[in-house]
Design a protein around this ligand. Structure first.
Ligand SMILES: *[C@@H]1O[C@H](CO)[C@@H](O)[C@H](O)[C@H]1NC(C)=O
Ligand SMILES: *[C@@H]1O[C@H](CO)[C@@H](O)[C@H](O)[C@H]1NC(C)=O
Ligand SMILES: *[C@@H]1O[C@H](CO)[C@@H](O)[C@H](O)[C@H]1NC(C)=O
Ligand SMILES: *[C@@H]1O[C@H](CO)[C@@H](O)[C@H](O)[C@H]1NC(C)=O
Ligand SMILES: *[C@@H]1O[C@H](CO)[C@@H](O)[C@H](O)[C@H]1NC(C)=O
Ligand SMILES: *[C@@H]1O[C@H](CO)[C@@H](O)[C@H](O)[C@H]1NC(C)=O
Ligand SMILES: *[C@@H]1O[C@H](CO)[C@@H](O)[C@H](O)[C@H]1NC(C)=O
Ligand SMILES: *[C@@H]1O[C@H](CO)[C@@H](O)[C@H](O)[C@H]1NC(C)=O
Length: 380
């Protein structure tokens, strides 16, 4: 094994564990009846209801695993609870989760939204870690992880923003534009997934927000020519096919549980909803969008359907992938993006009014994704 570079989480001094009790947080899924109700329920279809008491699983400023960038100054976005139409979101029990992943390796793979979700998950379990747990994150190349020696459990994040190989595969330095996406090469990433027990993929934003070039070779290969292809959907499909071929080849018949996150929407604010009448972008939104038919303008349904169809076909080829369809439920929350509400964050342009409209405050929306993920993992 190569060197372990160690990153100490020193952004926040960890103060003795301080859990904000979930209170009468949703339903206690203790009874069989309510459990089977949740089983049938579509957790992705619902609405955000005002609730200023429950649903706060941790304090974002105190979480050892949080990032400055995800810590928001104003907590008003937390006064809303995701309420599926047909049932309640299962309560999150971090102790049960840790027991479930004992001796296992759970890996989130993807872009910075995946990293956002990974940090959320770690913050959610932190209050349940035994006292004295070494919370140092360990960095190995583009893989960063937390390991609990008590549970012998690894919960990590593998930076692979377009799943296939690219010239932006460096976890710490990935600002090369135009990106070069090697749509046929996935081996270098795939090899790192092999010993995982749970894999949670995402890949969307990088396909839409930057211009990119396509390369047919691998980074080591002799033919590293690349070209511009304007049909993003087609290129996206090629990359997803490389991914699904790899998955079929290596995960056919294995016990690895695979998830795919639907696109995390980014805000291209519909100004009619900006009741506060400013032009500051999503950072000025104060409440979830109440219109249940609202579709986030930044999300391409065609690309979303492409993921769904690739996953379906992969299922027919023997690899079942659970699709967590969080796009719509997240899209209502233009008020919950990490933006100019962030503490002490100054963006690369030197502007204090950094408005990102892409990532999410923690605590916040990714906690809901993880509660849904939790529901599926606990069923395994
Ligand atoms: C919750 O909201 C209600 C209605 O706005 C308000 O009366 C109450 O004081 C709030 N409670 C807390 C803890 O903020
Ligand atoms: C947070 O936002 C609310 C709603 O806009 C506002 O009333 C409150 O003063 C803000 N709090 C802080 C600390 O900025
Ligand atoms: C820890 O878990 C790994 C799998 O993630 C397993 O290979 C190893 O044997 C376990 N170690 C102990 C001490 O149980
Ligand atoms: C915590 O873990 C890191 C990485 O494995 C290690 O370098 C460090 O010495 C550990 N700290 C303690 C107090 O054990
Ligand atoms: C793709 O679009 C760019 C700019 O819009 C254009 O210059 C180029 O010719 C197009 N390439 C193809 C293959 O259509
Ligand atoms: C904003 O959203 C509302 C409700 O979905 C819609 O009626 C309106 O046309 C949208 N406006 C723009 C500029 O997209
Ligand atoms: C694994 O793949 C082979 C060949 O692609 C296929 O015949 C078989 O049914 C697959 N196994 C499972 C469990 O899906
Ligand atoms: C995901 O959710 C969207 C919006 O609710 C819906 O249009 C789409 O059909 C869903 N996809 C799947 C596979 O359920």
């Amino acid at each position: 094994m190569s060197h372990h570079h160690v990153i100490t989480v020193s952004i926040f001094v960890f103060v003795a564990f301080f859990l904000i009790l979930p209170g009468n947080d949703v339903v206690d899924v203790a009874s069989k009846a309510s459990e089977s109700r949740t089983r049938r329920c579509d957790l992705f279809s619902g609405k955000w209801v005002f609730d200023n008491i429950t649903d706060r699983l941790y304090d974002g400023k105190k979480c050892s695993f949080n990032e400055v960038k995800f810590v928001c100054l104003n907590d008003t976005h937390l006064k809303w609870r995701w309420q599926p139409h047909e049932c309640d979101l299962p309560r999150f029990d971090g102790a049960a989760f840790l027991e479930k992943v004992r001796g296992k390796k759970v890996v989130l793979v993807g872009d910075s939204l995946s990293r956002n979700q990974w940090r959320s998950l770690l913050c959610m379990i932190e209050p349940f870690l035994p006292p004295g747990t070494n919370k140092t994150l360990i960095l190995e190349g583009n893989f960063i992880f937390f390991h609990s020696s008590e549970y012998n459990a690894t919960i990590g994040f593998h930076w692979a923003p377009v799943l296939v190989e690219s010239n932006n595969d460096d976890l710490g330095d990935h600002q090369t534009f135009p990106g070069i996406f090697r749509v046929k090469s996935i081996e270098k990433h795939g090899r790192q997934w092999l010993d995982s027990d749970v894999l949670i993929f995402d890949s969307y934003a990088w396909w839409t927000t930057h211009s990119f070039l396509v390369s047919w070779g691998s980074s080591d290969g002799p033919h590293s020519t690349h070209e511009q292809i304007n049909n993003t959907l087609r290129v996206f499909e090629m990359a997803l096919n490389s991914w699904s071929d790899w998955m079929e080849m290596h995960f056919n018949g294995t016990k690895t549980k695979v998830f795919f996150m639907s696109p995390s929407p980014f805000s291209k604010l519909n100004k009619t909803y900006n009741v506060y009448g400013t032009d500051a972008g999503c950072g000025e939104m104060r409440e979830p969008i109440p219109d249940e038919d609202y579709w986030p303008s930044g999300v391409d349904k065609g690309m979303m359907r492409m993921v769904e169809s690739v996953i379906d076909k992969l299922g027919e080829r023997g690899v079942k992938v659970e699709y967590l369809n969080v796009t719509r439920l997240s899209g209502y929350r233009e008020d919950a993006h990490s933006s100019n509400k962030v503490i002490g964050w100054v963006n690369w342009k030197g502007s204090k009014r950094y408005s990102d409209c892409l990532h999410w405050c923690l605590p916040g929306v990714p906690d809901v994704w993880n509660r849904i993920l939790y529901h599926y993992i606990m069923r395994l």
